[in-house]
Design a binder for this molecule. Structure first.
Ligand code: SF4
Length: 440
């Protein structure tokens, strides 16, 4: 959507209403809110988010060895403690913030006041900031990460794409595929924070080498004859973590309709679902086995619909995304949300139908992609994840297997009711969802 708006020179759409939002049954609705908040109490994830924000994930990523550091050449980082949630909290946190009415309060407000640069205040950082401007370009100076983050936010560019593009350029530079004169005279080695900051600014103004970086990794790969080093899916850079050691994560990132994204599905359910719940919801107990393939297509399809429900309902997915149990996930994510819908609108709705709304939206998005020329061939992870094993970390040696991935993709399309050869939603599926020809 951001790219569509960008292509039309549209920066934002502002909407202002002048009337109250009417709630059909305020008492019942308040009851749902209270129950929803109750489910968040005592969640480890919720408490951790409040204390450290999403940067709490830095320690987790290092422990599991799933960083995509150095453009996915390294799974762990030397000196990672300097960019951990604790480090940012200790040195730069000004205050903990939250969105209106949210009890989680995962947002940060930080400042650099130590004289290392002109004093400034900024919101963040998020884990993804540290990933894109720290791990990928291998920078462990928190002040550089904050300065880069502030620049990206201030200028309205996506730090994930910008940091990924610069990291890819760093790899090409170190491999001798880019020379100093190609990159505006920078010594573009991993870890060069000042070069990162200069290039971020050049991306914004499309100056010098920044003009190519601004195109993102896919187009950089095409123009520099370096496709292999462009770590993206559908033109969107792989974020969050290295998926080589977890097939569900790899599938989630690859089939996401907006390109690689960890927020269009919930690829971690298999970490905590019990075998009997797997059997009940996905037809196989082995879904609870992180390494197993069976049932994962259905699990990923379900989680995409489930997350889409949150997006449709205007809910923050952080507040319900992680859960201590699968039953709590269902309670918060479907039972209470259905109750919220009914009490707010007085319209009939069941949990099954709400999930079906998510499915309908996901199918519509897929049809959009199909119209734009993206079929099955667009639903694959980057080749590096098949061809190169993880070089270090807890899952050293792990890589994706092509045969396994093909089977997984078949399984996903079958679960979705899409043609396994083309990846297109079948007419029968569209009929079932009430999406007729004119909707396509
Ligand atoms: S609404 Fe979401 S993003 Fe905002 S503070 Fe709460 S958990 Fe964080």
């Amino acid at each position: 959507m951001g790219a569509v708006m960008g292509s039309k020179n549209l920066k934002a759409i502002a909407v202002r209403g002048s009337q109250d939002v009417k709630i059909a049954d305020p008492k019942r609705f308040q009851g749902v809110i209270d129950a929803y908040r109750e489910t968040l109490k005592g969640e480890v994830w919720t408490e951790t988010l409040r204390r450290l924000g999403t940067p709490n994930l830095v320690t987790h990523r290092q422990k599991l060895g799933i960083w995509g550091a150095k453009n996915f050449q390294t799974a762990s980082i030397d000196g990672w403690e300097k960019i951990s949630g604790e480090a940012f909290r200790e040195k730069y946190l000004v205050k903990v913030m939250g969105c209106m009415g949210c009890m989680v309060r995962c947002r940060r407000y930080s400042a650099i006041l130590d004289g290392s640069c002109l004093p400034f205040y900024t919101k963040g950082p998020e884990y993804e900031t540290i990933n894109a401007l720290g791990a990928k370009p291998y920078i462990t100076d928190p002040a550089v990460i904050l300065r880069g983050h502030h620049l990206c936010d201030d200028c309205g560019i996506d730090e994930q794409s910008a940091g990924s593009a610069i990291s890819m350029a760093m790899e090409l530079y170190e491999r001798g595929m880019l020379k100093k004169e190609d990159v505006d005279g920078e010594d573009l080695v991993f870890g060069n924070g000042e070069a990162l900051l200069r290039l971020l600014e050049k991306i914004v103004y499309r100056k010098g080498f920044g003009n190519l970086l601004a195109e993102g990794t896919r187009i950089m790969g095409e123009r520099l004859h370096a496709d292999y080093y462009a770590i993206h899916v559908k033109g969107s850079e792989v974020d969050a973590s290295d998926p080589r050691s977890m097939v569900t994560r790899a599938l989630t990132y690859s089939v996401a309709t907006r390109g690689s994204c960890h927020l269009r599905g919930f690829p971690y359910i298999d970490e905590f679902i019990k075998p009997e719940e797997g059997l009940k919801y996905f037809g196989t107990a082995t879904v609870s086995d992180v390494k197993a393939l069976e049932g994962k297509g259905k699990l990923v399809a379900w989680s995409e619909d489930w997350i889409t429900v949150a997006n449709l309902m205007g809910l923050c997915i952080f507040a319900w995304y992680r859960s201590r149990t699968f039953s709590m996930l269902i309670k918060r994510g479907l039972e209470l949300v259905t109750e919220a819908y009914v009490s707010a609108t007085d319209l009939p709705m069941t949990q099954e139908n709400l999930l079906r709304c998510g499915e309908r939206v996901y199918n519509t998005e897929k049809l959009f992609n199909w119209r734009e020329g993206m079929g099955r061939e667009a639903d694959y992870p980057p080749p590096r994840f098949f061809d190169e094993a993880m070089p270090d970390g807890a899952d050293k040696g792990a890589h994706l297997d092509r045969g396994d991935y093909e089977r997984l993709l078949d399984d996903y399309y079958t679960a979705r009711g899409w043609d396994p050869v083309t990846g297109r939603p079948t007419p029968e599926k569209l009929e079932e969802l009430g999406l007729n020809e004119s909707d396509r």
